[in-house]
Structures are given as structure tokens and as C-alpha cells.
Design a protein around this ligand. Structure first.
Ligand SMILES: [Zn+2]
Ligand SMILES: [Zn+2]
Length: 144
């Protein structure tokens, strides 16, 4: 049975379903927020990510330059650990496994997303597909 679990010692999250998308993100927002050159980003259907202490979350815009954007970075109000990204439109919840307590439970990303040739970063050549956005066949789940 599928079971992934993470969070911090104050707020626990778990998912008993497979992700709807799984990518290595090259976007500047992830770079700024995580401090990593690339970020392993996993999308789940909104209703599939269960949070045991939603009231304990502190919410802030994921993209500080676009505070009205749909994604909120949810951190633990107690210790500040990043817990998830929450979509105000209730389509997805996003887990960054290495920063949100999931370690290597979730399979590695099968492709590169939001690669920008203008960034000057060499194009990845590890054999996985490289896209300048999400994979072309990705469709957003219906809001819940
Ligand atoms: Zn990103
Ligand atoms: Zn905490």
C-alpha cells in the first residue's frame, strides 16, 4: 500500500496516494525559497495530503513577488520547518521531499521542469526529458 509520511515533530502530514506530478524544478522561485540549484517537487491531489494540525501552520505567499498567486508556503508555526505548499484553488498540495520530512520515500523525479535556457545554466543531460514548463501532458486536478 502506498504510504508516504513527513512533516516536523509538531505537524505531521501523510499521503496514501501516488503523486499527480513529480519533477526536478529549475524555476527561480524554488531556487530562492529552497536555496537549492534544483528542487525535487511533488504534486499530489489536494485532498490526498492529510495534515494533522492545520491550525498550527503559518501561511505565506510561495512567490513573494506574486503575493496573489495561488500557492502558499506553509511552515510550522512552532519551529518554522517547511511543511507543504498549499494551493488556494484547492487543486494540489506540493511536497518537497528533502525539505519537508519525506527523505527519499517518494520516487525520484522522471523529468526536468521550468528549465530556462536564458538562465545560463547548462541544459541537463542526464537522459531525463527537459521542459521549459511542466510536462506538456500535465493536467491540473479538479479543485476539491
Ligand atoms: Zn519551482
Ligand atoms: Zn515544527
Amino acid at each position: 500500500m502506498t504510504h508516504y509520511a513527513g512533516g516536523c515533530s509538531h505537524i505531521h502530514t501523510h499521503v496514501d496516494h501516488e503523486p499527480v506530478d513529480n519533477h526536478t524544478c529549475h524555476c527561480s522561485v524554488c531556487k530562492g525559497v529552497t536555496g537549492q540549484d534544483t528542487t525535487h517537487v511533488v504534486f499530489f491531489r489536494h485532498g490526498d495530503v492529510v495534515v494533522d494540525n492545520e491550525a498550527g501552520l503559518k501561511r505565506q505567499p510561495f512567490n513573494a513577488k506574486n503575493p496573489d498567486g495561488p500557492l502558499e508556503l506553509c511552515t510550522c508555526g512552532e519551529c518554522g520547518a517547511p511543511i507543504m505548499l498549499d494551493d488556494k484553488q484547492r487543486r494540489i498540495r506540493v511536497i518537497v521531499p528533502n525539505l519537508m520530512g519525506y527523505g527519499d520515500q517518494i520516487a525520484p523525479a522522471p523529468y526536468h521542469a521550468f528549465y530556462d535556457p536564458a538562465s545560463g545554466v547548462p541544459r541537463p543531460n542526464d537522459g531525463r526529458p527537459v521542459y521549459e514548463g511542466l510536462r506538456p501532458d500535465f493536467t491540473w486536478p479538479e479543485p476539491v
